[in-house]
Design a protein around this ligand. Structure first.
Ligand SMILES: Nc1nc2c(ncn2[C@@H]2O[C@H](COP(=O)(O)OP(=O)(O)OP(=O)(O)O)[C@@H](O)[C@H]2O)c(=O)[nH]1
Ligand SMILES: [Mg+2]
Ligand SMILES: [Zn+2]
Length: 277
């Protein structure tokens, strides 16, 4: 007899499934036909399984390639002004993935004990995003973050070394392995190597996964700049791309400081890339 559950861990084609009846997790492989159909189960996927075989993937609300997770309530994007310094363009790519999947991004500036990334904080707050400041090292800002993710299933994402696992440890009783940031390369060492969903209490589940050093894999669409909407209706042309068109209310808002310039510059860069496809 088959039962339903949720995938909580994925390591090279083997999955741990937590049954809905709250029994302990069961190690499963997808059944042969699913592999044949190239269905790729993800952490967070709801499945039907029988003994040690996943027999059906239930419909998803949303899914991501980076990190490889499904059915999120929010995506927590970690950034840092300390190596590995987050390029706002990478942040915008991740935000665009969220907009495509209608998942709310929560931007978290980590390592604020050293630098609180004031420029990024003001630009993304101005754009209307939730931006929180924390230090996983000194345990500051954790109450606000806990409140923002309370009772939700979320994933932490961001460059290797930005402090995803450290932050998860700080928010919970977990003692997961963390890694150093290479002084020479100013990059993390890819310490976390698989994706796993952790129950941190209060109905909150957090997926930790391998960090990345590039997200160029799939270019999202450029029309996802939510803060442009209230201005773009006043552009002279209904199909204004806010680039070289005259009487563009978006460009005027950027010039007058009502819209953050960094977002606009990333928008133009993305517009160019999308056009290349
Ligand atoms: N100063 C400071 N260092 C931090 C903070 N959070 C994490 N670190 C350090 O950053 C390094 C990387 O932390 P990890 O938690 O392993 O980073 P990660 O994002 O999980 O990295 P991957 O698993 O490789 O993707 C460690 O040396 C941490 O001690 C912080 O708030 N302040
Ligand atoms: Mg990690
Ligand atoms: Zn315009």
């Amino acid at each position: 007899m088959s039962i339903t559950g949720r995938i909580v861990k994925a390591i090279s084609g083997t999955y741990s499934v937590a049954p809905d009846d709250r029994g302990s997790a069961v190690i499963c492989k997808p059944r042969g036909r699913m592999r044949f159909e190239k269905v790729n189960p993800l952490v967070g996927d709801r499945v039907r399984f029988e003994e040690n075989t996943i027999i059906e993937l239930l419909p998803r609300r949303n899914s991501f390639a980076r990190p490889p997770v499904a059915n999120l309530d929010a995506l927590v994007i970690l950034v840092s002004a300390v190596p590995p310094i987050t390029d706002p363009y990478v942040l915008d790519l991740l935000i665009n993935f969220c907009e495509n999947e209608a998942v709310e991004p929560i931007i978290v500036i980590n390592k604020c004990d050293i630098d609180d990334y004031a420029k990024l904080y003001s630009a993304y707050s101005l754009a209307g995003f939730t931006v929180l400041r924390v230090s996983a090292l000194e345990n500051t800002g954790l109450a606000e973050l806990s409140a923002a993710i309370s009772n939700k299933t979320v994933a932490f994402t961001g460059d290797s070394g930005v402090g995803k696992t450290s932050l998860l440890n700080s928010l919970s009783e977990l003692k997961l392995k963390t890694g150093e940031v290479s002084q020479k390369l100013k990059r993390g060492r890819h310490t976390t190597r698989h994706t796993e969903l952790y129950d941190i209490g209060g109905g909150t589940f957090v997926a930790d996964s391998a960090g990345f050093s590039s997200v160029e894999a799939k270019i999202p669409t450029a029309n996802n700049y939510r803060e442009f909407a209230e201005y773009s209706e006043r552009c002279r042309f209904a199909d204004c791309r806010h680039h070289k068109e005259p009487d563009c209310a978006v460009q005027e808002a950027v010039e007058s400081g009502k819209l953050p310039r960094v977002r606009y510059e990333n928008y133009l860069r993305l517009l160019g890339r999308v056009g290349e496809r």
